[in-house]
Write a new protein. Structure first.
Length: 740
């Protein structure tokens, strides 16, 4: 079999995988607004998006050229070198996009493909110019000016998208307020007509541009008469929006669904080249070389300067694959959830943790806001505050949307306008960056980033932005390394890399599945019924006790054996327990805020149970950290007496927890707990005496003794929390049972 035909087969296999990982990441661009606003059922949203993806894929045939960005000069590369560049790009692209999907972070498929082309082409060019006497400098192989233009264009689009989203959402909210009343019916109709006109205009400019079956005269007419067409569209949509309003329906629903279709179509028509443009270019290059009769390492690929037009069957097949991925990919849901969480209106658990930079930015904006506030007339401040007043969505409804239809429509309309303008001016940008930054700008303008959440949201945005720069650097480096390996090691390296990639994909899929199941299990069901939350809180006690006991067992066993892996496992489990507890606490407090129960002994008893759970996991966290530090710092081994006491402590605490868990689950008492608790107290007292005795006798160093005493103190705290849990059962749950 021709080795290059094998390479073409591998390219198309990688393209199939790239389609799935690519749409999993880019789905956030067009699904975020519809899913976040709950404009319709997820099934309806996916049907609309799938249709847009398939239509956009068919319309993309005019841009299927891999060299369309002019990243490298193909006429200076031989066929053999071009195939190395293309394979390196596909391997790197699949790996990088899958990594971002696994951790639920949106990134740009355009940036990744551009920098992979740049990295692979640079590596091959450097090798060729270095090892071939008299050859041109590697700089001449690369179109650096175009690469810089792309980088600057993307950076500028990030800033413009954020500012535009913030400003337009601010004035839109001033018009609409947060009230869904008849007073804003007229505004709703006019805004819907404007948004639909912009979205339709976006479809014309972005969609027709890539379609090979649209005559050039039609495209020229559209571009020359954009303002007239937009005005006509506005009048037409104004009539439609008025009719929808008259029938008692909200025209904003139609706006959001139309915008979802438009952005899905734009994604497929623009970004499909990132996934199948490379293999199509490889196929075209192979056909050109195979008919030339020249040697693969001699034949120059000037033919790649010509556009590579996709066959409609290939494009339709690619569109169907992407549409199916939208329905079945759990990673697509993870990436979408990240952006929805960062832009949601209500309070809740935050995924990202703030750092010094995010906190500093928040403080700076707060000070700037105070300065602007001081310069604003008091009457203006009062009126603006009134327009932004909203009733707590958590109080109004169970499981509320992340944001309303007004913000969703602004997200889609502004993103469509910016992308259409940039496309008409032939400016480079990333649909991911524009969509994400518009969403972040609108959430800021809508005051979704309050004092309680601003530092967390800014940290999240910075994490995503940093990820974009990491994408560029990682794409360039990884593609360059893969191309270098292929250049020197040949087919063996290709087979090894493909096998390695398959193994990585298998493990990331399994890791993501386990992680998703763990997060789903840890998520507390939000209910408007206080009684339901009470039962959940009581049931959680047994779960918290069990997990705390396991962490303590792992920590003590790891300490006794000096096993770092076991201690690392305990550390990870305690971290998961902490995150789970934080989510549960937030849900419970939000339910208290929603139902506003009477503050009596009954409620205080529930809060005492919650406080006990908090103290339990905080104590366990310190126990695990101390045990782990003891082993990581390579301190002296424990004496046999201390080891024996800790082993017995582990056995007794495990038995106490087992009995307590049974009590909490079955609501049945057990008289053996008091004796076991006394046994635990005796063991800890004996261990403390032994450690202090060793200190007096200068048997052990001071640092070692300090760490061990701290460990024993925390174990004593854990013992007291277990006793506290038992007392809570006796004084609270048993009374509930007695009272019926």
């Amino acid at each position: 079999m021709d080795v290059y035909l094998l390479i073409i087969t591998i390219l198309f296999a990688l393209a199939l995988i790239d389609l799935t990982v690519g749409v999993s990441n880019d789905a956030v661009n067009f699904l975020n607004s519809a899913i976040g606003s709950r404009v319709a059922t997820r099934r309806t949203i996916l049907i609309v998006a799938s249709f847009g993806v398939i239509v956009g894929a068919v319309f993309s045939s005019g841009i299927m050229e891999v060299a369309r960005k002019g990243i490298f000069n193909p006429e200076m590369f031989t066929f053999a070198d071009v195939m190395i560049v293309l394979v390196a790009v596909m391997i790197a692209d699949v790996f990088l996009l899958d990594m971002f999907n696994t951790f639920g972070l949106p990134t740009s498929t355009t940036v990744s493909i551009v920098f992979e082309l740049l990295g692979a082409a640079t590596a091959v060019a450097v090798i060729h110019s270095t090892m071939t006497p008299g050859s041109a400098s590697f700089i001449e192989y690369i179109n650096g000016e175009r690469a810089l233009l792309i980088i600057s264009g993307i950076g500028l689009s990030v800033v413009i998208a954020f500012i535009a989203g913030t400003i337009i959402q601010f004035f839109t909210r001033l018009l609409f307020t947060f009230e869904d009343s008849t007073r804003t019916a007229g505004v709703r109709v006019v805004w819907s007509a404007i948004a639909l006109a912009m979205i339709t205009d976006f479809l014309f400019i972005k969609g027709l541009k890539g379609a090979s079956f649209i005559p050039a005269g039609v495209l020229e007419y559209v571009y020359d008469n954009t303002l007239t067409i937009t005005a006509v569209l506005f009048v037409g949509w104004l009539v439609v929006a008025t009719a929808i309003q008259r029938f008692g329906k909200n025209p904003l629903v139609f706006v959001v669904l139309a915008g979802t279709f438009a952005l899905a179509m734009a994604f497929a028509s623009n970004d499909l080249v990132n996934f199948i443009g490379v293999p199509l270019a490889g196929l075209s290059a192979w056909r050109d070389w195979s008919t030339s009769g020249a040697e693969a390492n001699q034949y120059l690929m000037a033919s790649l300067r010509e556009p590579v037009r996709g066959d409609n069957l290939y494009l339709l097949g690619a569109g169907i694959v992407m549409a199916i991925t939208l329905w079945v990919s759990s990673k697509a849901r993870s990436v979408t959830q990240t952006q929805v969480t960062l832009s949601r209106q209500d309070e809740g658990s935050e995924r990202f943790k703030p750092g010094p930079v995010s906190r500093g930015l928040v403080r700076m904006f707060l000070k700037s806001g105070e300065s602007v506030r001081a310069l604003t007339p008091a009457s203006w401040r009062i009126e603006i505050a009134r327009r932004f007043e909203r009733e707590d969505m958590a109080v109004q409804m169970h499981d509320a949307p992340a944001f309303d239809l007004v913000r969703a429509s602004v997200n889609l309309a502004v993103a469509s306008i910016l992308i259409a303008i940039a496309t008409s001016m032939k400016l480079p940008l990333s649909t991911t960056y524009v969509s994400f930054m518009v969403a972040m700008g609108t959430s800021l303008a809508d005051r979704a980033w309050g004092r309680d959440s601003a530092a967390y949201r800014v940290a999240g945005v910075m994490s995503v932005l940093t990820g974009w720069f990491v994408t560029a650097a990682a794409a360039f480096t990884l593609a360059a390394l893969v191309a270098t390996a292929l250049k020197f090691l040949g087919l063996g390296a290709l087979i090894a890399l493909v096998i390695m990639l398959a193994v990585i994909l298998f493990y990331t899929h399994r890791y993501h599945k386990v992680r998703s199941l763990r997060e789903e299990h840890a998520r507390v069901k939000d209910s408007t019924q206080f009684s339901h939350q009470v039962h959940l809180l009581q049931d959680q006690m047994s779960d918290v006790l069990t997990e705390c006991s396991h962490c303590v067992q792992l920590a003590i066993d790891g300490l006794l054996a000096g096993d770092r892996r076991q201690l690392d496992h305990a550390w990870r489990r305690s971290g998961d327990l902490k995150q789970s507890m934080e989510r549960k606490e937030l849900v419970f407090v939000r339910v208290l805020k929603r139902v506003k129960p009477e503050v009596d002994d009954h409620l205080l008893g529930h809060l005492e149970i919650l406080a006990c759970q908090q103290d339990l996991y905080q104590t366990v966290e310190t126990i695990v950290e101390n045990a782990r530090n003891h082993v990581l710092n390579a301190h002296e081994h424990l004496t046999d007496d201390i080891k024996d006491i800790l082993r017995r402590f582990n056995e007794v605490q495990a038995e106490i927890v087992r009995i307590q868990v049974n009590c909490w689950k079955t609501r049945q008492p057990d008289d053996s707990l008091a004796g076991l608790q006394n046994k635990l107290d005796t063991l800890l007292t004996q261990a403390t005496r032994d450690v202090v005795g060793d200190l007096y006798g200068n048997v052990r160093p001071v640092k070692f003794t300090t760490l061990l005493l701290t460990m024993l103190t925390e174990l004593a705290d854990f013992d007291r929390e277990l006793e506290r849990s038992r007392n809570l059962w006796n004084s609270y749950i048993s009374q509930d049972i007695a009272g019926g």
